[in-house]
Design a binder for this molecule. Structure first.
Ligand SMILES: *Cc1c(COP(=O)(O)O)cnc(C)c1O
Length: 400
């Protein structure tokens, strides 16, 4: 197998080659003006990204983790509170909850979409909590914590079933914070509003990551928060900048969590290509689906009719996942697992008291999922090879 026959899991070199001239221009402009922090590049990107998400405000921050943390703090989550989310996400989702001072509650996922299952959320609320309708307070009976917010994670680029989640949130006075770190541009058809809604426009606040491998990636660390609430937007602007709106006048204690100008400038260049990259990802997903339809043995991603996913990842399920990955690696095909250990079973969360079997769907899925190569420049012939290698493996695995 020659090196150029290899199919990487992700190609971050090609898109930057294509945009090299424009990105260089941003870099030179930044050096020439020494405008490294704040300024027109950051504001320009914030405006563009707010528009892209169909949200009123965008606040550029240092990372997706910052975005989640500032969102939680801004809406008033803190000590004595609990926040509900899913176990099959990147740990940043729950790090932000802990770092805001709150407790973590996990509810299981839907086996078809891999996103938060509204039925499990309802079950948690109705069987494990007490609700005081007069004060609008939901209390977790076991810990005594006030359940204040829920974080649906739009995993792999597909939005969670937001209507059902928002309906429960309204009924039980929960604040919805979208973890849209993998879902730039994803859409959800809200039956309630009778229209398509963009990721980052439905929750009270939403968090985005521009980690290089995300659908919109910076050339370093970056993130953003979106909201339609002007007051919250102002608070999050203060949180990212040491609690100041005016230099050295600190109304609150904040953080060093700004988006720097160089990244904002690069992101602004790349944002212009995002819609086109998303179409290429969706086309590649359609092609995988078609190629796999002739082969048995791997469960394909499920995209409900109310969803327009942006395929941050293309995740299939097979029984002998680890062996398949080894086999694909041996023929030069890159893969990944997102994620191998559900958060409730991670060592870091041992003290939460969850055990194996508590969240069976997330646990089952984590043993079988594998992320295949997926990026806008992925070619049809490469996908054909990936699918034929997977089919080879699943057919022999069945016979053996
Ligand atoms: C990437 C990611 C984050 C964290 O973003 P960073 O920019 O790496 O801090 C949070 N949640 C999810 C679901 C992610 O994929």
């Amino acid at each position: 197998m020659t090196a150029n026959n290899n199919i990487p899991f992700l190609d971050l070199v090609t898109p930057h080659k294509e945009l090299r001239a424009e990105l260089r221009e941003v870099f030179e402009k930044t050096l020439d003006t020494a405008g490294f922090i704040g300024g027109p590049m950051v504001q320009g990107f914030e405006q563009d990204f707010a528009k892209f998400c169909e949200a009123e405000h965008c606040i550029g921050v240092g990372s997706g983790t910052d975005a989640l943390r500032f969102a939680l703090i801004a809406v008033g989550v803190g000590a004595g509170d609990a926040v509900v989310t899913v176990p099959n996400t990147f740990i940043a989702t729950t790090e932000a909850i802990s770092q805001a001072g709150a407790g973590i509650v996990f509810v299981d996922i839907d086996e078809a979409t891999y996103n938060l299952d509204p039925k499990r959320l309802r079950e948690y609320i109705e069987t494990a909590c007490d609700f005081d309708a007069n004060t609008g307070t939901l209390v977790d009976r076991k810990t005594g914590a006030r359940v204040k917010a829920v974080i649906p994670v739009h995993l792999y680029g597909q939005m969670a079933d937001m209507d059902a989640i928002m309906e429960l949130a309204e009924k039980y006075n929960l604040i919805v914070i979208e973890d849209a770190c993998q879902a730039h541009g994803a859409e959800y058809f809200s039956r309630k509003q009778n229209r398509w809604c963009k990721a980052g426009s439905m929750g009270r606040v939403s968090a985005f990551s521009f980690y290089p491998g995300k659908n919109l990636g910076a050339c370093g660390e970056a993130g953003a928060i979106t909201t339609n609430d002007a007051e919250l937007a102002q608070k999050m602007r203060m949180l990212r900048d040491h609690g100041q709106a005016q230099k050295y006048y600190h109304d609150i204690e904040g953080y060093n969590g700004r988006l720097d100008s160089l990244q904002a400038g690069m992101l602004r260049v790349k944002l212009k290509h995002l819609a086109e990259w998303t179409e290429l990802r969706r086309a590649a997903a359609g092609r995988y689906r078609e190629l796999f339809s002739e082969e048995a043995g791997a469960i394909q991603p499920y995209e409900p009719e109310w969803s327009r996913a942006v395929y941050h990842l293309y995740v299939v399920r097979v029984e002998n996942r680890d062996e398949l990955m080894k086999q694909l690696a041996s023929v030069g095909i890159g893969t990944g697992i997102h994620y191998p250990i559900p958060l409730h079973l991670q060592k870091a969360y041992g003290s939460l008291g969850y055990k194996s079997g508590d969240l069976p769907v997330a646990e089952l899925v984590s043993r079988e999922i594998v992320s295949l190569p997926m990026f806008p420049q992925l070619r049809a012939d490469q996908q054909e090879r990936v699918v034929s290698e997977v089919a080879n493996f699943t057919s022999t695995a069945k016979v053996g």
